[in-house]
Ligand binder design. Structure first.
Ligand SMILES: Cc1ncc(C[n+]2csc(CCOP(=O)(O)OP(=O)(O)O)c2C)c(N)n1
Length: 360
């Protein structure tokens, strides 16, 4: 099992198990990540990329709203959430549609949500997946609370929060780190450091040398991993999960990756980001290197790739059709789930809206 002490973020150490060419350091490979599981992770990452591709096209056609793509960051969300147990809680931000795949929930939820249909936020309770949360910095608090509850109950389950490096400049994130550290919460803080918070580059985000070292400041381990290496992401998450479940407290994982696309479909990164900076990251992206590894091992070939491409294309097509035929939420749905009793202002707003949509 991975020893976090070997990767002190203050010394700028980073965990990498598979390099850009698909070469593996077998001595660091977690036994749990078999080739079979890696193929599953590869398939899920490919599905995620197809979902993002389709969503971009739907948004341009006016069939979906603004959304955030995971392009280039697929290993971060898929390999980490696949290292979590079935009962564990996942608290995604707005870029982690991959968690829906990892939790085996209908991917139509992703399209539904960004079509503006709140029905997509009503996930099955037993899935232990939180709905999308757009407020930057809110996810770590939820996962700290869930992890503290698990610890108090003596549960072996834990919670993982996803957020970007920009979110680590929010007070809420640091408050979550503090509580989780003091109460030894069963929590994993998973930061997808994709180098940009909209137009704010990493160097302007914090003077800290690494994001991972922020864990050290709060009294728990932080580790920086190559976020485009599914082996490293999986190994760190698995080790952090084991520690949390054994009552040893939280871990901060900094998944060092790169946002290959725009911040969202409403953004144009070309306005603030030099394309020359982006270019080399295309050679480091996670699908490419996983395919190289699998091909070198004789586990993958062009035919399998073509079959997979057809499979995910069809799967996404079916999910979009499903989302487009799902009835919209009612006016009641918009108001009824936050307060036990509506406040007078909200009551007034609800009645006002109902005049225009009496049938809902
Ligand atoms: C509290 C809050 N402030 C501002 C925003 C607007 N906003 C949306 S995403 C974003 C940048 C977040 O960057 P980062 O945390 O690095 O995550 P990334 O989007 O790169 O995954 C901002 C400022 C928001 N959603 N919530």
């Amino acid at each position: 099992m991975l020893n976090f002490k070997d990767y002190n973020p203050l010394e700028g150490k980073q965990l990498q198990i598979m390099d850009e060419k698909g070469n593996l350091n077998e001595s660091l490979r977690p036994a749990e990540l078999t080739d079979e599981l890696l193929i599953d992770i590869y398939k899920k990452m490919t599905l995620l990329r197809e979902m993002d591709k389709k969503a971009a096209s739907l948004q341009r056609q006016g069939r979906m709203g603004v959304f955030a793509s995971s392009y280039g960051q697929e290993a971060s969300v898929i390999a980490s959430s696949m290292a979590m147990g079935k009962e564990d809680w996942i608290v995604p931000a707005y870029r982690q549609q991959g968690a829906i795949i990892a939790k085996n929930l209908p991917i139509s939820n992703f399209f539904l949500y960004y079509k503006g249909n709140e029905v997509a936020s009503r996930l099955p309770r037993e899935s232990h997946l939180f709905p999308v949360a757009i407020p930057v910095g809110s996810q770590p608090l939820h996962a700290a609370g869930l992890g503290m509850a698990a610890r108090l109950k003596g549960d072996q389950t834990c919670a993982i929060a996803y957020f970007g490096e920009g979110a680590t400049s929010e007070g809420e994130t640091l408050e979550a780190f503090n509580f989780a550290g003091v109460y030894k919460a069963n929590t994993i803080f998973f930061c997808e450091n994709n180098q940009w918070a909209i137009s704010t580059p990493r160097l302007r985000q914090t003077a800290a040398k690494t994001i991972a070292q922020k864990g050290v400041a709060f009294g728990f381990d932080g580790i920086q991993v190559d976020g485009n290496d599914p082996f490293a992401v999986f190994a760190a998450t698995l080790a952090a999960r084991k520690r949390a479940a054994e009552g040893e407290g939280p871990t901060l994982i900094e998944s060092f990756t790169y946002r290959l696309g725009d911040h969202t479909s409403a953004d144009s990164a070309k306005k603030y980001r030099d394309p020359a900076e982006v270019e080399p990251w295309h050679d480091k992206e996670p699908l490419l290197r996983t395919r190289l590894y699998l091909t070198q091992k004789g586990l993958w070939d062009d035919q399998k790739e073509e079959d997979l491409a057809n499979e995910v294309y069809n799967q996404v097509g079916i999910a979009v059709a499903e989302a487009e035929k799902t009835p919209n939420q009612t006016i009641d749905d918009i108001f009824d789930y936050t307060f036990a009793e509506l406040t007078p202002t909200l009551q007034e707003q609800k009645s006002y809206l109902k005049q225009f949509y009496p049938e809902t």
